[in-house]
Write a protein of this length. Structure first.
Ligand code: UTP
Length: 298
Protein backbone atom coordinates (compact mmCIF):
# COMPACT_ATOMS: atom_id res chain seq x y z
CA UNK A 1 0.00 0.00 0.00
CA UNK A 2 1.18 3.52 -0.76
CA UNK A 3 0.36 5.22 2.55
CA UNK A 4 3.34 4.65 4.84
CA UNK A 5 3.15 7.48 7.37
CA UNK A 6 0.56 8.31 10.00
CA UNK A 7 0.14 11.45 12.07
CA UNK A 8 -1.39 10.84 15.49
CA UNK A 9 -2.44 14.16 17.03
CA UNK A 10 -2.35 13.68 20.79
CA UNK A 11 -1.82 17.18 22.18
CA UNK A 12 -5.44 17.99 23.01
CA UNK A 13 -6.38 18.93 26.56
CA UNK A 14 -8.94 16.14 27.03
CA UNK A 15 -11.32 18.37 28.99
CA UNK A 16 -14.19 15.86 28.74
CA UNK A 17 -12.19 13.47 30.91
CA UNK A 18 -11.03 15.83 33.63
CA UNK A 19 -9.72 15.40 36.26
CA UNK A 20 -8.26 12.09 34.94
CA UNK A 21 -6.54 13.97 32.10
CA UNK A 22 -5.04 16.72 34.26
CA UNK A 23 -1.63 15.03 34.39
CA UNK A 24 -2.25 11.86 32.34
CA UNK A 25 -2.70 11.98 28.56
CA UNK A 26 -6.18 11.04 27.40
CA UNK A 27 -4.49 8.85 24.77
CA UNK A 28 -3.01 6.76 27.60
CA UNK A 29 -6.35 5.85 29.16
CA UNK A 30 -6.54 2.05 29.06
CA UNK A 31 -9.16 -0.07 27.37
CA UNK A 32 -8.71 -3.37 29.22
CA UNK A 33 -4.90 -3.61 29.15
CA UNK A 34 -3.79 -1.30 26.32
CA UNK A 35 -3.88 2.48 26.08
CA UNK A 36 -6.05 4.10 23.40
CA UNK A 37 -3.05 5.17 21.34
CA UNK A 38 -1.78 1.58 21.11
CA UNK A 39 -5.03 0.52 19.44
CA UNK A 40 -4.50 3.29 16.88
CA UNK A 41 -0.90 2.23 16.19
CA UNK A 42 -1.88 -1.44 15.84
CA UNK A 43 -4.69 -0.54 13.44
CA UNK A 44 -2.25 1.46 11.29
CA UNK A 45 0.40 -1.27 11.35
CA UNK A 46 -2.18 -3.75 10.09
CA UNK A 47 -2.67 -1.45 7.05
CA UNK A 48 1.03 -1.37 6.17
CA UNK A 49 1.80 1.99 7.79
CA UNK A 50 5.42 2.03 8.95
CA UNK A 51 6.13 5.44 10.47
CA UNK A 52 4.31 7.33 13.18
CA UNK A 53 4.47 11.05 13.84
CA UNK A 54 2.92 11.70 17.23
CA UNK A 55 1.95 15.25 18.12
CA UNK A 56 2.35 15.61 21.85
CA UNK A 57 2.12 18.41 24.36
CA UNK A 58 2.71 19.15 28.01
CA UNK A 59 1.99 16.23 30.37
CA UNK A 60 2.19 13.79 27.44
CA UNK A 61 5.60 12.22 28.11
CA UNK A 62 3.94 8.93 29.05
CA UNK A 63 3.17 8.35 25.35
CA UNK A 64 6.86 8.34 24.43
CA UNK A 65 7.67 6.09 27.37
CA UNK A 66 4.93 3.66 26.38
CA UNK A 67 6.48 2.91 22.98
CA UNK A 68 10.02 2.72 24.39
CA UNK A 69 11.73 -0.35 25.85
CA UNK A 70 11.91 -0.88 29.63
CA UNK A 71 15.14 -2.59 30.76
CA UNK A 72 13.98 -3.15 34.35
CA UNK A 73 10.91 -5.07 33.18
CA UNK A 74 12.96 -7.10 30.69
CA UNK A 75 15.39 -8.15 33.43
CA UNK A 76 12.58 -8.99 35.81
CA UNK A 77 10.73 -11.14 33.24
CA UNK A 78 13.92 -12.89 32.15
CA UNK A 79 14.80 -13.74 35.75
CA UNK A 80 11.31 -15.10 36.42
CA UNK A 81 11.17 -17.13 33.18
CA UNK A 82 8.39 -15.01 31.65
CA UNK A 83 10.12 -14.32 28.32
CA UNK A 84 6.76 -14.17 26.52
CA UNK A 85 6.03 -10.93 28.39
CA UNK A 86 9.26 -9.37 27.09
CA UNK A 87 8.00 -9.85 23.55
CA UNK A 88 4.75 -8.13 24.51
CA UNK A 89 6.39 -5.04 26.02
CA UNK A 90 8.96 -4.79 23.20
CA UNK A 91 6.48 -5.14 20.35
CA UNK A 92 7.10 -1.62 19.10
CA UNK A 93 10.90 -1.56 19.33
CA UNK A 94 11.42 -1.83 15.59
CA UNK A 95 8.77 0.73 14.63
CA UNK A 96 9.73 4.30 13.71
CA UNK A 97 8.22 6.96 15.96
CA UNK A 98 8.82 10.71 15.81
CA UNK A 99 7.46 13.02 18.49
CA UNK A 100 6.71 16.68 17.95
CA UNK A 101 5.51 19.04 20.62
CA UNK A 102 2.58 21.28 19.87
CA UNK A 103 3.49 24.03 22.32
CA UNK A 104 -0.05 25.39 22.58
CA UNK A 105 -3.19 23.39 21.79
CA UNK A 106 -4.34 25.62 18.94
CA UNK A 107 -6.58 23.00 17.36
CA UNK A 108 -6.49 19.81 15.30
CA UNK A 109 -5.53 21.67 12.10
CA UNK A 110 -2.55 23.22 13.85
CA UNK A 111 -1.57 19.84 15.34
CA UNK A 112 -1.50 18.29 11.84
CA UNK A 113 0.56 21.24 10.56
CA UNK A 114 3.19 20.56 13.27
CA UNK A 115 4.02 17.30 11.45
CA UNK A 116 4.89 19.05 8.16
CA UNK A 117 8.72 18.80 8.51
CA UNK A 118 8.48 15.01 8.91
CA UNK A 119 6.07 14.25 6.09
CA UNK A 120 7.58 13.18 2.80
CA UNK A 121 5.82 14.28 -0.38
CA UNK A 122 3.30 11.43 -0.22
CA UNK A 123 -0.20 10.85 1.12
CA UNK A 124 -0.39 10.16 4.84
CA UNK A 125 -3.00 9.04 7.36
CA UNK A 126 -4.26 11.12 10.27
CA UNK A 127 -5.58 8.99 13.12
CA UNK A 128 -7.34 10.34 16.20
CA UNK A 129 -6.75 7.69 18.83
CA UNK A 130 -9.82 8.56 20.89
CA UNK A 131 -11.93 7.21 18.02
CA UNK A 132 -11.50 3.50 18.63
CA UNK A 133 -12.52 1.03 15.92
CA UNK A 134 -13.88 -2.41 16.51
CA UNK A 135 -11.24 -5.03 15.62
CA UNK A 136 -13.44 -6.34 12.79
CA UNK A 137 -13.58 -2.87 11.28
CA UNK A 138 -11.25 -2.37 8.30
CA UNK A 139 -12.04 1.29 7.82
CA UNK A 140 -8.50 2.62 7.44
CA UNK A 141 -7.50 -0.11 5.00
CA UNK A 142 -10.59 0.55 2.90
CA UNK A 143 -9.90 4.29 2.94
CA UNK A 144 -6.36 3.71 1.69
CA UNK A 145 -7.80 1.60 -1.15
CA UNK A 146 -10.15 4.48 -2.08
CA UNK A 147 -7.18 6.87 -2.00
CA UNK A 148 -5.20 4.55 -4.27
CA UNK A 149 -8.02 4.51 -6.77
CA UNK A 150 -8.88 8.24 -6.70
CA UNK A 151 -5.54 9.80 -5.67
CA UNK A 152 -7.52 12.37 -3.69
CA UNK A 153 -7.97 12.96 0.06
CA UNK A 154 -10.45 10.69 1.83
CA UNK A 155 -12.16 11.37 5.17
CA UNK A 156 -14.11 8.82 7.19
CA UNK A 157 -17.75 9.69 7.77
CA UNK A 158 -20.48 8.26 9.97
CA UNK A 159 -24.18 8.97 10.14
CA UNK A 160 -24.89 10.52 13.55
CA UNK A 161 -28.18 11.58 15.18
CA UNK A 162 -29.16 15.12 14.14
CA UNK A 163 -29.01 16.13 17.81
CA UNK A 164 -25.27 15.43 17.73
CA UNK A 165 -24.19 17.23 14.57
CA UNK A 166 -22.99 20.20 16.65
CA UNK A 167 -20.17 18.01 18.00
CA UNK A 168 -18.64 17.14 14.59
CA UNK A 169 -17.40 18.41 11.26
CA UNK A 170 -20.29 17.70 8.87
CA UNK A 171 -20.08 17.07 5.12
CA UNK A 172 -22.32 17.96 2.23
CA UNK A 173 -21.99 15.73 -0.81
CA UNK A 174 -23.38 13.17 -3.22
CA UNK A 175 -22.91 9.42 -3.15
CA UNK A 176 -20.89 8.27 -6.17
CA UNK A 177 -20.10 4.57 -6.45
CA UNK A 178 -20.24 3.98 -2.71
CA UNK A 179 -18.28 7.08 -1.62
CA UNK A 180 -19.40 10.66 -1.05
CA UNK A 181 -17.97 13.30 -3.36
CA UNK A 182 -17.77 16.19 -0.90
CA UNK A 183 -19.07 19.59 -2.00
CA UNK A 184 -19.07 21.28 1.40
CA UNK A 185 -18.00 20.89 4.98
CA UNK A 186 -18.87 22.76 8.12
CA UNK A 187 -17.40 22.47 11.62
CA UNK A 188 -19.86 21.84 14.48
CA UNK A 189 -22.99 23.27 12.81
CA UNK A 190 -26.33 23.97 14.44
CA UNK A 191 -28.74 21.11 13.51
CA UNK A 192 -31.02 23.57 11.69
CA UNK A 193 -28.26 24.84 9.40
CA UNK A 194 -26.36 21.55 9.04
CA UNK A 195 -26.06 20.32 5.43
CA UNK A 196 -26.45 16.67 6.54
CA UNK A 197 -25.94 14.36 9.50
CA UNK A 198 -22.85 12.73 7.99
CA UNK A 199 -20.07 13.44 10.47
CA UNK A 200 -16.34 13.37 9.86
CA UNK A 201 -14.73 10.92 12.30
CA UNK A 202 -11.13 10.40 13.32
CA UNK A 203 -9.58 8.81 10.24
CA UNK A 204 -8.23 10.78 7.27
CA UNK A 205 -6.03 10.09 4.26
CA UNK A 206 -4.56 13.45 3.29
CA UNK A 207 -2.15 14.79 0.71
CA UNK A 208 0.72 17.21 1.53
CA UNK A 209 -1.02 20.16 -0.20
CA UNK A 210 -3.15 20.52 2.97
CA UNK A 211 -0.10 22.02 4.74
CA UNK A 212 0.00 25.16 2.55
CA UNK A 213 -3.62 25.81 3.45
CA UNK A 214 -3.12 25.07 7.13
CA UNK A 215 -0.23 27.55 7.23
CA UNK A 216 -2.65 30.32 6.28
CA UNK A 217 -5.69 28.96 8.11
CA UNK A 218 -7.18 31.30 10.68
CA UNK A 219 -8.87 30.17 13.88
CA UNK A 220 -12.47 29.04 13.40
CA UNK A 221 -15.05 27.45 15.72
CA UNK A 222 -13.96 27.49 19.37
CA UNK A 223 -11.02 29.76 18.48
CA UNK A 224 -9.14 26.70 17.14
CA UNK A 225 -7.39 26.14 13.81
CA UNK A 226 -9.78 23.59 12.38
CA UNK A 227 -8.76 20.82 9.99
CA UNK A 228 -12.30 20.84 8.57
CA UNK A 229 -11.96 24.51 7.51
CA UNK A 230 -8.67 23.76 5.72
CA UNK A 231 -10.20 20.70 4.00
CA UNK A 232 -13.11 22.85 2.85
CA UNK A 233 -10.64 25.20 1.14
CA UNK A 234 -8.81 22.27 -0.42
CA UNK A 235 -12.14 20.95 -1.75
CA UNK A 236 -12.36 24.06 -3.97
CA UNK A 237 -9.32 22.93 -5.95
CA UNK A 238 -9.49 19.13 -5.81
CA UNK A 239 -11.95 16.33 -5.12
CA UNK A 240 -12.29 15.10 -1.55
CA UNK A 241 -14.15 11.91 -0.77
CA UNK A 242 -16.10 10.78 2.26
CA UNK A 243 -15.90 7.06 3.05
CA UNK A 244 -18.81 5.74 5.06
CA UNK A 245 -17.73 3.62 8.02
CA UNK A 246 -19.16 0.10 7.90
CA UNK A 247 -18.31 -1.23 11.36
CA UNK A 248 -18.50 0.07 14.89
CA UNK A 249 -16.67 3.12 16.26
CA UNK A 250 -16.39 4.23 19.87
CA UNK A 251 -15.81 7.83 20.90
CA UNK A 252 -13.52 6.89 23.75
CA UNK A 253 -12.73 10.56 24.42
CA UNK A 254 -16.22 10.80 25.87
CA UNK A 255 -17.18 9.09 29.16
CA UNK A 256 -20.15 7.13 27.82
CA UNK A 257 -18.32 6.09 24.64
CA UNK A 258 -15.34 5.01 26.73
CA UNK A 259 -17.55 2.82 28.92
CA UNK A 260 -19.23 1.21 25.90
CA UNK A 261 -15.83 0.46 24.35
CA UNK A 262 -14.61 -1.06 27.62
CA UNK A 263 -17.63 -3.35 27.90
CA UNK A 264 -17.55 -4.48 24.25
CA UNK A 265 -13.81 -5.09 24.22
CA UNK A 266 -13.92 -6.92 27.55
CA UNK A 267 -16.57 -9.25 26.11
CA UNK A 268 -14.12 -10.14 23.34
CA UNK A 269 -11.06 -10.42 25.55
CA UNK A 270 -9.81 -13.99 25.89
CA UNK A 271 -8.66 -13.53 29.48
CA UNK A 272 -11.74 -11.91 31.03
CA UNK A 273 -14.70 -12.36 28.65
CA UNK A 274 -16.32 -15.38 30.37
CA UNK A 275 -16.25 -14.01 33.93
CA UNK A 276 -17.13 -10.52 32.76
CA UNK A 277 -20.14 -11.77 30.82
CA UNK A 278 -21.30 -13.65 33.92
CA UNK A 279 -20.93 -10.49 35.97
CA UNK A 280 -22.85 -8.42 33.40
CA UNK A 281 -25.73 -10.91 33.26
CA UNK A 282 -26.01 -10.89 37.08
CA UNK A 283 -25.80 -7.10 37.11
CA UNK A 284 -28.50 -6.77 34.43
CA UNK A 285 -30.77 -9.11 36.43
CA UNK A 286 -30.34 -7.13 39.63
CA UNK A 287 -30.93 -3.83 37.78
CA UNK A 288 -34.09 -5.25 36.22
CA UNK A 289 -35.26 -6.45 39.62
CA UNK A 290 -34.57 -3.04 41.22
CA UNK A 291 -36.42 -1.21 38.45
CA UNK A 292 -39.43 -3.58 38.74
CA UNK A 293 -39.52 -2.92 42.51
CA UNK A 294 -39.34 0.83 41.88
CA UNK A 295 -42.20 0.76 39.39
CA UNK A 296 -44.33 -1.14 41.94
CA UNK A 297 -43.63 1.61 44.47
CA UNK A 298 -41.55 -0.46 46.92
P1 UTP B 1 -10.70 16.69 20.65
O1 UTP B 1 -11.65 17.51 19.92
O2 UTP B 1 -11.14 15.36 21.13
O3 UTP B 1 -10.14 17.58 21.85
O4 UTP B 1 -9.42 16.54 19.73
P2 UTP B 1 -9.37 17.14 23.14
O5 UTP B 1 -8.71 18.34 23.69
O6 UTP B 1 -8.46 15.99 22.87
O7 UTP B 1 -10.51 16.60 24.12
P3 UTP B 1 -11.75 17.38 24.78
O8 UTP B 1 -12.76 17.58 23.67
O9 UTP B 1 -11.25 18.66 25.38
O10 UTP B 1 -12.23 16.42 25.81
C1 UTP B 1 -9.38 15.61 18.68
C2 UTP B 1 -7.96 15.11 18.51
O11 UTP B 1 -7.10 16.18 18.16
C3 UTP B 1 -6.02 16.28 19.08
C4 UTP B 1 -6.50 15.59 20.34
O12 UTP B 1 -5.42 15.09 21.11
C5 UTP B 1 -7.40 14.49 19.78
O13 UTP B 1 -6.65 13.37 19.38
N1 UTP B 1 -5.69 17.71 19.27
C6 UTP B 1 -6.69 18.60 19.46
C7 UTP B 1 -4.37 18.11 19.23
O14 UTP B 1 -3.45 17.30 19.06
N2 UTP B 1 -4.11 19.44 19.38
C8 UTP B 1 -5.08 20.36 19.58
O15 UTP B 1 -4.76 21.55 19.70
C9 UTP B 1 -6.40 19.92 19.62
Amino acid sequence: MTVKQAILPAAGLGTRFLPATKATPKEMLPLIDRPLIQYAVEEALSCGIEEFIIITGKHKRAIEDHFDSVCELEEKFRASGKEYLIEEINRFNQIKFAYIRQRVALGLGHAVLCAKPFVRGEAFAVILSDDVMDSENHLLKEMIEVYEEKKCPVVAVEEVPWTEVHRYGIIDGVLEGGVYRISGMVEKPHPESSPSNMAIIGRYILTPDIFEILERQEAGKGGEIQLTDALMKLARTKDIYGYLIKGKRYDAGDKLGYLKATVDLALKNREVSKDFEKYLVEKARSLEHASAQNSMGF
